[in-house]
Design a protein around this ligand. Structure first.
Ligand code: TYM
Length: 330
């Protein structure tokens, strides 16, 4: 049987080149590899303060970007998490099988909580985030979860939760596996290559909706390292290594091939210009398609069909779970 491949993006901020390289860029190829289920994790976006209008707009943007990246919604499922109630219901069941110790070890929780000044004001949803994420995955009997490296820990937790539940109640959930890119599993900030490029880091980010001139400028002023050779060395040349990763990933070549292309280049400026050309070319095509999806409201149709298809699958899993734990179904 074909694999089921599922992933989600949280509409907390503007999508970055990290999101694109980590997941979006692969959407088309993934669709050739199995049944694909992609969604917008809007309930997850509530774990940190966000303006309602912003949340709505970000959600639409993500839908449009999935489509712009080549996702064919007639042969896959695209939906909004909050429109499929089974996520929340399964969440309230599964939270009883996840341990507080496990949740408090999550890097993302520690990282996000550390940035909140008032420690009494850390929302419970931020802490229990991985339970809902596990439910997103387990509801669809999915085998493969393509994510960037930062989300692997959460997928591992979903995996453990599935195994724990199956051991207690018998085979119920498919045990999922994270899948990360060989090249581009973690794109770093252009201004500080020791930090991940993320939606909440305005400096050093390339946003998918930045104008092309701004993107070029950001790449040309990316932090680089001592020396002038273009070599891949994460410890000693993190800035150059990050740009090489971006370049290789967008050209679909290995890091070795990328280094080889620049073996005679000894000026960072020339190298950056080539990287900028590749990024700008790719993002401008993507933006064109994004505007098409937005202006023609293609996303509305995709989401409305997707919601029904997702519900069909999720409701069956939820029924199975309710039966296993002893909740009476109508
Ligand atoms: P989110 O919205 O933070 O990121 C979406 C996807 O982009 C990847 N990513 C990156 N990859 C490479 N380099 C980067 N700098 C970079 N930044 C982000 C992320 O790893 C992710 O794959 N919790 C998830 C959303 C989610 C989900 C799920 C994912 C909710 N439920 C179920 C998979 C399955 C998140 O916050 O991703």
């Amino acid at each position: 049987m074909a694999n089921t491949i599922l992933t989600g993006i949280k509409p907390t901020g503007k999508l970055t080149l990290g999101n694109y390289i980590g997941v979006l860029k692969n959407v088309k190829d993934l669709q050739k590899q199995g049944n694909t289920i992609f969604f917008i994790a809007d309930l997850h976006a509530l774990t940190l303060p966000i303006e309602p209008e912003q949340l709505r707009q970000n959600s639409i943007d993500i839908a449009c970007f999935y489509l712009a990246a080549g996702f064919d919604y007639e042969n896959g499922i695209l939906f909004l998490q909050s429109q499929v109630d089974e996520h929340s219901i399964l969440n309230s069941i599964m939270q009883n099988y996840m341990y507080m110790g496990e949740l408090s070890r999550m890097t993302q929780f520690k990282d996000k909580a550390s940035k909140i000044d008032n420690k009494n004001g850390i929302g419970l949803g931020l802490f229990t985030y991985p339970v809902l994420m596990a439910c997103d995955i387990l509801l669809y009997d999915c085998d493969i979860v393509p994510v960037g490296e930062d989300q692997v820990q959460h997928v591992e937790l979903a995996r453990n939760l599935a195994i724990r539940f199956n051991n207690r109640y018998g085979e119920t959930f498919v045990v999922p596996k994270a899948q990360i890119n060989k090249v581009g599993k973690r794109i770093m900030s252009l201004s500080d290559p020791s930090k991940k490029m993320s939606k909440s880091d305005p400096k050093g980010d390339i946003y998918l909706l930045d104008d092309i001139k701004t993107i070029r400028k950001k790449i040309m002023s990316a932090v680089t390292d001592l020396g002038s050779d273009i070599t891949y060395d994460i410890d000693n040349k993190p800035g150059i290594s990050n740009l090489l990763t971006i370049y290789a990933s967008l050209k679909n070549i290995s890091i070795e091939e990328a280094c080889n292309n620049f073996k005679d280049c000894h000026r960072y400026g020339d190298f950056k210009k080539e990287v900028a050309d590749v990024v700008c070319q790719e993002i401008s095509k993507l933006q064109e398609r994004y505007h098409y999806m937005l202006e023609n409201k293609i996303y509305e149709k995709a989401l409305s069909i997707g919601k029904e298809k997702a519900h069909q699958i999720a409701s069956k899993t939820l029924k199975r779970v309710k039966e296993k734990v002893g909740l009476l179904d109508e």
